[in-house]
Design a protein around this ligand. Structure first.
Ligand code: HEC
Length: 185
């Protein structure tokens, strides 16, 4: 702690006088160190190669165009089916997305709620892997089904299509009545 002195600064304003008490050294130390730190930090973190606002903009735009491209995916049913039935590598990632983004309307077990059930053999928009992936990608706006192609990557939608298709045939309690047309296996 710096020594407190009772020296006056020697100027007066409206009859008020001020003591000349310097700021504590530790306080001044932090003050100058903060300034020195900022002089290094700001150029390095915000202005250096790859970190400028222009770079951030370019990265955001690249991500956006990737997501927009996802809205126009030309799903190939054979490829998607081979992917879904070939292994269950999609399961864990799809479950996380399904539980977080779809279960609110389609129920965690696929029994249907606001949206149709996935456990029966009827589909409103077709029951092939490609049909399912297409609805997930493009949504059904007027019915409240979101176009997930705007928010999810192609791989995530692909995994979700596998997950939804795999729910077919599951026996669940109180499923919503089948909607749409029955599609043969
Ligand atoms: C806000 C509610 C809501 C959410 C969230 C939602 N859906 Fe839907 N979904 C619907 C509705 C409503 C329909 C029925 C559309 C229609 O009647 O044409 C539907 C239809 C579908 C269909 C077509 C079913 C058929 O019978 O053809 C699929 C597949 C689907 N959703 C998958 C998903 C997936 C996967 C997610 C999560 C990524 C999801 N939905 C999230 C409301 C929702």
């Amino acid at each position: 702690m710096s020594k407190v002195t009772d020296e006056l600064r020697g100027h007066r304003f409206d009859g008020i006088e001020e003591y000349d008490n310097p700021l504590p050294r530790w306080w001044l130390g932090i003050f100058w160190i903060s300034i020195a730190f900022a002089l290094v930090y700001v150029p390095y973190v915000h202005m250096s190669e790859g970190n400028t606002i222009h770079d951030e903009y370019a990265a955001d735009m690249a991500k956006a165009s990737e997501l927009m491209a996802a809205q126009k995916i030309d799903w190939n049913d054979d490829e998607l089916k081979a992917y879904c039935t070939g292994s269950e590598s999609w399961k864990a990632a799809a479950k996380t997305n399904y539980d977080g983004k779809c279960a609110a309307c389609h129920r965690a077990d696929g029994g249907g709620l606001v949206g149709p059930a996935f456990t029966d053999d009827a589909y409103i928009h077709g029951g092939t892997y490609a049909d399912i992936a297409k609805v997930i990608t493009e949504g059904v706006q007027e019915k409240g089904m979101i176009a997930w192609g705007k928010q999810l990557k192609k791989e995530e939608i692909q995994d979700l299509a596998c997950y939804v298709r795999a729910l077919r045939g599951n026996k669940v309690e109180n499923p919503k009545a089948p909607q749409g047309d029955v599609v043969a296996e």
